[in-house]
Design a protein around this ligand. Sequence first.
Ligand code: AMP
Length: 576
Amino acid sequence: MPTAFKNLAALYAELEKETSYLKIRDILVRFFKQIPRGDVKTAAYLSLGTVGPHYEKTELGIAEKMAMRAVCAASEELPQKVKRLLLQKGDLGDVAESLSSHGKNKLTIQKVHQTLLAVRDAAGERSQEKKIQLIAKLLKQASPTEAKYLVRIALGKLRLGVADKSLLDAFALAFTGSIANRQRIEDSYNVCTDIGWLGESLAKRGIKATEQFDISVGRPVQSMLAQRVNAVAEIFEKIPGEISAEEKYDGERMQIHKNGDRIIAFSRRLENIGAQYPEIIEAARKGITAKTAVLDGEVVAVKNGKIMPFQLLMQRRRKYDVEAYRAKIPTKIFLFDVLYLNGRSLLKKSYPERKKLLASIMRESERLKLAGGVTSARINVIQAFFERSVKRGLEGIIAKSTGPDSFYRPGKRGWAWIKWKKEYAQGMRETFDLVVIGSYAGKGIRKGFFGALLCAAYNKQNGQFETFTKVGSGFTEKDFAQLKKELRPFEIKTKQKLLRVEKPMIPDTYYEPRLVIEVLGAEITKSPNHTAAKDILKTGLALRFPRFIRIRKDKGPTDATTIKQIIALYKRNNSS
Ligand code: AMP
């Protein structure tokens, strides 16, 4: 029996009420166990409120005004009435629910999914009308509860507290019978990055399915990440033998996939960002001699041959005026890895082998460079290279293991790569990537903006965001204006269950956990006011003397500094 959309709507309703992470997981397990295997893929996307893997286009292109017109058309109500109800209820999904009088329950999840894909793909002159009609048609067949969730999905606002990670837990239990398989499943997800395909494969083949995933051209893998240390000497404790120290560029991570003349570029968050960097695409087309390849590198902004700050590069993150900004802020890419070459996966090759292969398939140009570095087992050579790099205006170095097991590990923050930044070298000053979840009203000259931002770290174990600090300094006038603009779309009326906030930190405004900022701090201390690490240490941890550094649009909320990392830093700084 094909899964009825009614069942999925019932799942949404259950998840919406639930706050406990374990209960959310159990609800998902029950649901995935009971649906046919052939529906798992679609159900996985829809349970996240999306229509496909992150690396494909998932935006449906429906603004609230368009969704309002669809609600009018389906309910045959006048726009004034829908508007009035929206003002009263504050959520168009609730409005659609109250206006829906049907209860045929004929929709299946496949039908809903196909229609949403058609909405996404509607293009051309009358695309807006087409999208509205398609949604209206679905709403006409929907029961009140179904209508509520359909509208929220259409607007990209399902927000049930289900993240990719919760699904991985649910898959482990539903399809392999044991949470002990969770790590293997996550490793597979880091390689295949398609939650639907992964779920379907596990449903069909059990844990054995994890053996089937490998990198291929066109589908991004999660980026390998770096650990951090407090002193250069520590690098040598973690990586025995020869180290390859590479320049650390302060730009945006880019994974380039080349298949003949076709080049696709993915961000660290797996978004397709090629259209924003046409000069890099051209440079890769000309400068990479292999027929098929997957490459890893960092894009930076340049001016008169000099590398410019990250903030400038972020202005290139735009849909419009790409050509004008291309001339204003030119970029180049430094490549440092190759993960796939001419039909073969290189994930299990050592780093020196990969780097050699990379050099052999590159014709360097002004826009396409091989990352610079030195290889040595001597600490003073590495230290001298670090100092030269900092003098050249770079962030620092990334030390990479050169051992036989120095594989490319997708999505892993391990000790095979270690970052050593100039901020760390300057004493106990750490930077953290934190998620803005609230703000306090501004007074005096900050009236109309905010006085401070409530920032949270990510608890990977339960998927929640725990408060860690209140940032009130480091903002320029421009920062205030930009942060206000960036945060506005994420404003929410009431606290989401994913956010763990306790008195006295209750903010004036809450935000969905979406925007990541980099914050410099002086010290981590125990604090009863914050919730970071509270479950584990019995008391919260807080960052003292925080300063805003910059917005990190290249990072998503689950890329933020984790509670585990904060505890490790706290312990290290308090044990010596
Ligand atoms: P962080 O974002 O501070 O965790 O630092 C790790 C990031 O440094 C990576 O995700 C890359 O985007 C960036 N990076 C810059 N240069 C390199 C390099 N030579 N090798 C690896 N990563 C680099």
